[in-house]
Write a protein that binds this ligand. Sequence first.
Ligand code: GLY
Length: 377
Amino acid sequence: MSSGSQRNPTLSVEVPLGDRSYPIKIGTQQIDSFSQTILATLPDLSHALVIADTAVEDPWAKQLTDSLTACQTEGGKPVRVSTLSVPSGETSKSVSQLSEIWQWMLDCSTDRSSVLIAVGGGVIGDLAGFAAASFTRGIRFIQVPTTLLAMVDSSVGGKTGINLPTSKNMVGAFWQPSLVLIDTDVLSTLPERAYISGLAEVIKYGVIDDADFFDWLEANATKLVAREDEAVRHAIAESCRSKSRVVGEDERETSGRRAILNYGHTFAHAIEATAGYGELLHGEAVAIGMQMAANMAVDLGMCDASLLSRQNDLLLACGLPTTFAEADVDAMLPVMQRDKKVSHGKLRFILPERIGSVGLVGDIAPDAVIRAIESCR
Ligand code: GLY
């Protein structure tokens, strides 16, 4: 489904969750009209709280705030807009930052008719989303993701939360937004490495869920790397479509279906935890992790070697790494054994069967894990 001019159509993807369903709108140069979309979705809105990453405060959050301030409520009064900027980076997903946000919400006379709007990447979306989920037991929430990674992953599906000092994403809630608004124009201020890193999650959807999309990615990798608007909008929409399908089937990760979104992530988390802070971006670790998982699947006779080489070629065409010479097997294995997907001490992995289809495979012997890691060094 699309609307807008032929040259620059806005794509819309529905996340199908019954009375918690919501649309993801994907356009280019649309941020000034987001306030109209917000009011059309929440016509009773009188108070908006905008939490923005300091890195995107000017111009993106400011543009949104200015256009919201110019809007009127149902009663003809101006919409009240409160703004807060939060430092970039994972350390903001903390109890102390959340507590500051709660106090600010209280000071701004927030109530259940307010809406909280998160403008930023995954950190801001997770943090602001959890503030929305918890303040007065839940207020309405809108995601305006500004990184490719957040556009195709964290802003969709309702996972919100913060870190504890030793455990990532340990406290949180499933809290679905009312709307996700994506303007690909904001990617123009995203550093190259962060943009390319986001492409790893895009490629992931092709491997786990959609063979036609994988074919399309192979044919359009150059356009994506060059950030051509139409290609970028299409890639985001198809990624969101895949994620929406999966989330629609298993919103709270109870059936195991949602776990397929973690393809490559068990290896990636172990790489990130052992490589030294800041060595690799998340998407870079996911790219290497996907190669380790595909190597393991080939090694176990689960899939054809052509999958491994097609995935390798596509990752490289998108400028992503597929090997990591410093991968430390001895350090990575214990991290993987503590992973959330370990069941009764048995290592479990999401492994590909063919392009477009993966399965959860349990009881993997440590030797196979070691071979998979070593194959990508
Ligand atoms: N990023 C994985 C999920 O949303 O379930």
